[in-house]
Design a protein around this ligand. Structure first.
Ligand SMILES: *Cc1c(COP(=O)(O)O)cnc(C)c1O
Length: 232
C-alpha cells in the first residue's frame, strides 16, 4: 500500500513541478498503466486516489475489470488493436488511445453499445517515421480524423504517440515536439482536440514541456512489470 501510495505522490509532485516550469495551467491527467500488474495493485492505487487506468491486453484487462467491479475506474485501452478485439474493446473501455487505421475506427464505432455513450479515441501517430513503429503518419491521421467526424459513437479527442526511447531530455523533447506540432496543425485544420497522450515513466517530464495532457505511467508507479506476458 505504502509503496504505491508514495510513488503516486512522488509522480504527482513531479508532474506539478514540470507543469509549473513549463508555465502551463491546463490540467494534466495521470494514466496509471497497469498491464501485467495484479488487480490487487490496481486496487491499492485506486485507494490512494488514482482513478484512471490503462491496459494493453484485452482479456487480461477484462478479467481485472471483473475483479474490480466495485470501484469507479475509468479504463483506457492503450495497446495495439487487432480487428477481432474491437468489439470487446468498445464494450469494456471509455477511451482508446491506439486507433491507427480506418478499419479499426469503423469497427469500434459499429460495436460501441449506445448505453455507454461516446467512446473517446486518440489517433496514434508515428512521430519518428520508423517503419517498425506503430502508428499512422500525419496524412493518414488527418484522413482518419475526417472519417471519424461521421462516426456517431466515437468522439475524437486527440493524438497519442510512443517515440523511440532516448535518454537526454533535449532529444526526448525534440521527438515530442513533432507530435505537438502535428496536434497544433490538426487544431488549426478545425479539429476540436483536447488530448495529447504522450510521455511514459522515462520521459514524461519532457512530454509535459511539449504539451502532454495525459501521461501514461506504468513502471514508475507500480515497479518493474512481472514477466511481460503477450496475451494480445
Ligand atoms: C507499457 C506502456 C506504457 C507505460 O510504460 P512505462 O515505461 O512502464 O511507464 C505507456 N504507454 C503504452 C502504450 C504502453 O504500452
Amino acid at each position: 500500500m505504502t509503496i504505491i501510495a508514495d510513488s503516486l505522490q512522488a509522480i504527482q509532485t513531479n508532474i506539478a513541478r514540470a507543469q509549473c516550469a513549463a508555465k502551463r495551467v491546463d490540467p494534466i491527467k495521470l494514466l496509471a498503466v497497469s498491464k501485467s500488474q495484479s488487480a490487487e495493485k490496481i486496487r491499492q492505487a485506486y485507494l490512494s486516489g488514482q482513478h484512471f487506468f490503462g491496459e494493453n491486453y484485452v482479456q487480461e484487462a477484462i478479467d481485472k475489470q471483473s475483479d474490480l467491479k466495485d470501484l469507479d475506474i475509468e479504463w483506457h485501452f492503450i495497446g495495439p488493436i487487432q480487428s477481432n478485439k474491437t468489439q470487446l474493446i468498445a464494450q469494456h473501455f471509455s477511451w482508446v488511445h491506439s486507433v491507427d487505421r480506418l478499419k479499426i475506427a469503423t469497427r469500434l464505432n459499429d460495436s460501441r453499445p449506445q448505453e455507454l455513450g461516446l467512446l473517446n479515441v486518440c489517433l496514434q501517430i508515428n512521430s519518428s517515421d520508423e517503419a517498425s513503429k506503430s502508428g499512422a503518419n500525419l496524412d493518414e491521421v488527418l484522413n482518419l480524423a475526417h472519417a471519424i467526424k461521421s462516426m456517431q459513437n466515437l468522439k475524437l479527442r486527440g493524438l497519442m504517440a510512443i517515440p523511440a526511447p532516448v535518454k537526454e531530455l533535449a532529444d526526448q523533447r525534440a521527438q515530442f515536439k513533432i507530435v505537438h506540432d502535428a496536434f497544433k496543425q490538426m487544431i488549426a485544420n478545425g479539429f476540436a482536440l483536447d488530448t495529447l497522450s504522450i510521455g511514459m515513466s522515462d520521459d514524461y517530464i519532457a512530454a509535459i514541456y511539449e504539451g502532454a495532457t495525459i501521461v501514461r505511467i506504468g513502471s514508475a508507479l507500480f515497479g518493474a512489470r512481472p514477466n511481460n506476458k503477450d496475451l494480445n
